[in-house]
Design a protein around this ligand. Sequence first.
Ligand code: ATP
Ligand code: MG
Length: 419
Amino acid sequence: MLTNAPRGTKDILPDQVYKWQYVESIFKEICSEYGFDEIRTPTFEHTDLFKRGVGDTTDIVEKQMYSFDDYGGRNLTLKPEGTAPVVRAFIENKLYSDLLPVKYFYIIPCFRYEKPQAGRMREFHQFGIEIFGSDNMMADAEVIGLAMDFFEKLSIIELELHINSIGCPNCREGYRIILKEFLKDKYDNLCDTCKTRYERNPMRILDCKSEVCQTLVVGAPKMLDYICEDCEIAFVALKQDLDAMGIEYEVDPGIVRGLDYYTKTAFEIISKNIGAQGTVCGGGRYDNLIEQVGGPATPGVGFGMGIERLLLVMEKSNIVIPRDDEIDVFLAVMGAKAQNFGINLTRQLRKNGFKAQMDLKARAIKHQFKYADRLKARHTIVIGDNELESQMVSIKNMTTSEQTMVAVSDIIKTLTQLR
Ligand code: ATP
Ligand code: MG
């Protein structure tokens, strides 16, 4: 128990972490090219923010949040998603007084109480972006474009973009009536949660993960067939913008998304190769969220991308992630004087930008060489009493076994040449 990580969480060990650092660096690179600034928000927020922001009839709020009372009696929640916290920060810090639109990105852990399986964790990680302050579909196209260009930079080619329009409060009212009519004679068979959703938010039933509910909604009327003129014009504009950018897509009227705040554009980027949890990226437009959370009416659009799923896709596609795990030089030192000399030389080498290590256990030389191999040293330098006396050392290239004799004062210069 004590030595097991909690169910649904995972250590990212040093031999894996380079993959994370790599995708994070490429994500930051693409965000910088697209002009998105990083924003960091707290790991927990007031529970009410998610109730209001994500929607209290969603699976996330009804079943998945890690909520707790702190010692001061505040009800707090570990963030299950990234948009509501950024919206909160935008309002609290009056970032809306800036010239709009503003564009943010974040890299965050998310917490949801789910049934752990491949691609579904209780603590998982997301890349996310948001554009606040433009109701033009060019913003939606830019959000989607960033995601697609990110995948291209990572050499991922197998992902499919699916888009939909899930309307606005205007056209949803009529659709709700039509949907309730369709579900009326199925009501008795719905799961308990969906029974309560029938009156409160019937569209959520379309997104229920229960197998029974999923079967019951087969053939249900689609929102896309009932969107108003305004939403229709927007959807056409989005498709034109994507066409202009040369981005391929499939219109998928089945997309509903698991969060209440979406309006108009909803999209998913899907892999067919990583099993049932194939949605790597999900996003869309949320024109009422900022106002709903208490800010000035400001439209928004963004996405959340699962990093674990992204890495699964890369693994399945056999994409090799570059790894720099070698060191420039290892100092093998013999005797107290040499140790004393070595600890300073190692430090000087580091100050000159070399990845330098020495043995911290004062072991026999043969074990030090073994350690140098384990550290993948490109060069080793042995330092003992003789070397200290003559002030000459030999730099050994570990690949070719070639040795170069140099004066101690020339070590840094020579290593720079050997690089
Ligand atoms: P799903 O339908 O798979 O449950 P979702 O609609 O709940 O996904 P979002 O809330 O839109 O997902 O989150 C955005 C992305 O975060 C998802 O597309 C997915 O890649 C990732 N994600 C969501 N939940 C998990 C989880 N429990 N474990 C790992 N990744 C997740
Ligand atoms: Mg989910």
